[in-house]
Design a protein around this ligand. Structure first.
Ligand code: DGI
Ligand code: FE
Ligand code: FE
Ligand code: FE
Length: 190
């Protein structure tokens, strides 16, 4: 794995200034959450730093890289290639930033859709991405910010519900992983 400082420099040249500032917000927020939930600081920092490393790749190149790296392009990804940035990001973290830790790679891989059986690290990255201070406010953001310090599942449930509602309103396809993430939280409550 690259040194954190080298990683940060490499990443900065791959992202727009705005996306890089968002990323630094995610690192800061994720570190706060990692501290509360007692998660290894290095894993939190690296996952947060690299979570959007594929975000600013032009969409045509995203598509080409997904094929080259054998990332399964399901119907949903083909309709909304933007969504591939999390899966592609994990692959790029492995290849270009030499990250080998599967827990970190999974936190990057599932930061956009979530999934069933998420680890605490995965939830922290998903939620830090959602609530970081540079995000412009949207409905439900404050609610998630309140839950996140004492109830990760409640925060995840709220964030996932809001995301699904937002996608439905905008006639965008919902990835099965997103539905499964929410259903899994509900199944644990019963
Ligand atoms: O990359 P960021 O903007 O920081 O945040 P993100 O990786 O959470 O991506 C947010 C976008 O992803 C937002 O426009 C909603 C979209 N998204 C999340 N879940 C799904 C989804 N899009 C589709 N099509 N399907 C999903 O299940
Ligand atoms: Fe993202
Ligand atoms: Fe997100
Ligand atoms: Fe992000």
């Amino acid at each position: 794995m690259l040194e954190f400082k080298d990683m940060q420099e490499k990443l900065q040249s791959a992202l727009s200034p705005k996306r890089f500032i968002h990323t630094l917000g995610v690192v800061e927020t994720a570190l706060q959450l990692g501290h509360i939930y007692n998660i290894d600081e290095e894993k939190v920092k690296v996952s947060a730093l690299l979570h959007d490393c594929a975000k600013d790749i032009p969409n045509t190149l995203k598509l080409r890289l997904c094929k080259e790296y054998h990332i399964p392009l399901d119907e949903i990804l083909l309709q909304d290639i933007e969504l591939s940035h999390s899966f592609l990001g994990a692959e790029i973290a492995k290849r270009d930033y030499r990250v080998k830790d599967e827990e970190i790679l999974n936190a990057i891989r599932y930061h956009t859709t979530g999934r069933a059986h998420m680890s605490v690290l995965e939830k922290i990255i998903y939620l830090a991405d959602y609530i970081e201070p540079n995000r412009t406010s949207f409905k439900g953001l404050e609610e998630v910010r309140q839950y996140v310090t004492h109830d990760l599942d409640r925060a995840m449930e709220t964030a996932l519900k809001n995301t699904i509602e937002y996608l439905a309103k905008n006639d965008r396809v919902i990835h099965p992983l997103t539905i499964e993430a929410l259903e899994f939280i509900h199944s644990k409550k019963e």
